[in-house]
Design a protein. Sequence first.
Lengths: 460, 197
Amino acid sequence: MIRDYAARSREIIRDEPGVREAVTGATIAFDEKRRKGYAEVDADAWRRWAEGVKNHTLTHLDHYLTEAEARLQANGAQVHWAADAAEAREIVIGLATRRAVASVVKGKSMVTEEIDLNPSLEAAGIEVIETDLGEYVLQLLEEPPSHILGPALHKSLRQVQDLFAERLNTAPDGDPDTLARAAREVLRNAFIDADMGITGANFLVAETGTVALIENEGNIRLTTSLPRVHVAVVGIEKLLPRMTDLAGFLQLTARAATGQPIGCFVSLIQGPAADPGDDGPEEVHVVLVDNGRTDVLAHEHAWEALRCVRCGACLNACPVYRQTGGHAYGHVYSGPIGSVLDPGLLGLHEAMPLPFASSLCGACQDACPVRIPIPELLLEWRKEAQDEGLTPWKERAALAGLASVATRPGLYRLAGRIGSRLGTTGAARALPMLGEWARDRALPKPSPRTFRQLWREGIE
Amino acid sequence: MRAGGEGSRERILARVARAAASRGRLSHPGALATPAGADPVAGFVKCFTSSGGEVVKADRGRPANEWLTDFLQALEPEVVGVAVGPEVPADLRPRLPDVAAAHAGAGISVAWGAVSESGSLILPSTGTRAVQLLPPVHVVWVPEGRVFARMEDALRELLDGLPAAVGLHSGPSKSADIGRTVVTGVHGPGRCMVVFI
Ligand code: SF4
């Protein structure tokens, strides 16, 4: 539950100190790469352009959705519309049952997490195998992803070594290469045996009906190529007007996400295999999912969050996200974008107190490739929450405390020092805004030996 | 599928139209003008190799298929069987036994084209996807005159006769999901090699 954000953050910081270290290290590295990737191009011009294209698309979405549908159908693909998560699940399970599907391979997809697809496939007796390496690790651990890009970035090498030693019989000190090879072997067979591949989509191009998917491993290419049925589950905000728009978005998204000029693999899928030499799927289905998106689109301010291309750059830049990773947030979309999108998708009441889990430092907005004004949107949600009397002031103050301490290394150091000298109560007295946070626990434990160093590297 | 599907379509489109109308319809900003490098082939090589792709020079004094045969046999581990896409003409096919892609030491394809600014190969599904994806090594013949400066130029030209699927390959398969260490060949080919023709 999102409601437990504060308690869960406390638990993670207290009980799983490795998480903060792993997440902070990984996000700072991503953020650094993003900066380099932006510096190689005229990033400001690209971002303004991308913002404009998305705004145009979102205000013509009815037009582009129908255009994409018509193109896809002309290409031989089938299009389905799902008003909510239940309907989306029903559609996918209906397709699987009709084709007597026994096993499904999946590419990493946020929207299928959002609609909670895997448990219902499994309940229908269908085996589901996540094929992104990070997702595969998490599936073995039965954990949800904690980051858009690196779903398992909160896991250390040690944890994966232990897991694979137990489940795949690898040596207890296997290096990442050996571990990846062991997973590849299992997953290669899964690809060959699977009857259906399920993916999300990074973009859907109206002009051509193209489902576009970006990745580095090649598992999505395999998921969309080997099984006889491919189902793409696509949020309705993923539309782009033309292929020439896609050309820009493929590159900008990759630069924002990992600093690469483009992902190692991009799949552009127009429909089922048609040419004699083509060994691709016999059926391609596109499931267009609303599930709260039209509510966000109708919201006076929040609609801007629908420009999001799920690159993860705002998570990587966020000092508050770095403390806990994504699990604390309690919903698939975490970090800054989660804090502005979840209230729109789920309703503000359901998403409390996420709009308060930020110091409004603005790093997210500066990183965002489509210039979503995240701090402004957070303030709008806070105003609405206050107007509706949705959260007690004590919790608001406590979250503001965590956020500002996380954002300002000087304060963090001070809190850490005082905390260790005076113990929890002393620290709480010294920094009263930390009162709620400090309750029944020590202050976020530094390990600041490397942490301060990391700060200097990550934040100018 | 439940009968509500059609209802959902109409409801979603009506809600989208209402939101758009109340906001005002915003115009498209036009094309993104990315600069085109002076030498597309050099640009491609730089970008493709910096993401781990390899560019190999063929010995142009010899027939291409002979050169490729020797080249594949000299690889470590030696390539014994190959999977060759249907688009590869006879004079570009190595003289090695054809085997199923899942068991081949190398896949051989001809690219439709390449993109300089992103270092990408354009591989249509009129070739065989298993050849492009399953073997540990992927060797791709690229016609030198088909290197586009910008992705936009390539995708625009691709619009004519767009096949069911297109793969853009811009380096070997990679992951840093375990311990943040980059490993190659996770799912797709661990080596992606370009030879210009
Ligand atoms: S809000 Fe912006 S930075 Fe964050 S994931 Fe979305 S597009 Fe990326």
